[in-house]
Design a protein around this ligand. Sequence first.
Ligand SMILES: Cc1cc2nc3c(=O)[nH]c(=O)nc-3n(C[C@H](O)[C@H](O)[C@H](O)COP(=O)(O)O)c2cc1C
Length: 196
Amino acid sequence: MAPRGYRDAGRRWYYVLHPRPVYVLAAEAGGRVNFMAASWVMPFSEEPPRIVAALDKEALTTRLIADSGVFTVNVYTVEERDFIYTAGTVSGREVDKAAALGVLFERDTVTGAPRIKQPRPIAVIEARLHRLAADLAEDVHLAVADVVAAYADEELFNPAYGWELRRTRIAMHAAGRAFTTNDGLYTARRLIQPRR
Ligand SMILES: Cc1cc2nc3c(=O)[nH]c(=O)nc-3n(C[C@H](O)[C@H](O)[C@H](O)COP(=O)(O)O)c2cc1C
């Protein structure tokens, strides 16, 4: 029972944890290149640098990632929401999304995995699978992957503090067709001092 003033979040309980940045994962294997939207992706460890992602067992991109062992995480601004939404609602099993959308790839990556050239991402992470666990959920694999390279738009990203938040509108997914983005910069104060 939800406490007074709250409602049960329901079947789509995970929307409680949205909005989330949404990325486009790209991979290639056996002569097939493909990409899909993914928002259940996050940094996992600094030592070694790793990310984790929940990958739909049915997605073509997941199969290409499993077969090749490498993929790229392409970061976009909210202006690319139609591309992201389409990448996330049409499967490469049915449609050649790259051809239909005019998506271009580059293979000048450390891993050889395709990164997206057009539409131009504002950042790319090159990842190499460390482990793909099929037995933790019915619907998704848990992918743990090493970050082999990471690069971001030189105008929008500062290695010291990350995105220029007043100028960078990172694509975030709320629910269904609803996307949003970051709004301004809010500096936090520590409310209690750590013990020396
Ligand atoms: C906003 C959004 C976020 C998504 N996040 C994920 C995700 O984190 N993991 C995943 O496996 N699929 C996610 N999907 C679904 C895949 O993108 C979708 O199944 C896609 O059609 C798979 O394409 P493919 O079969 O061509 O690889 C998301 C879809 C949308 C629209």
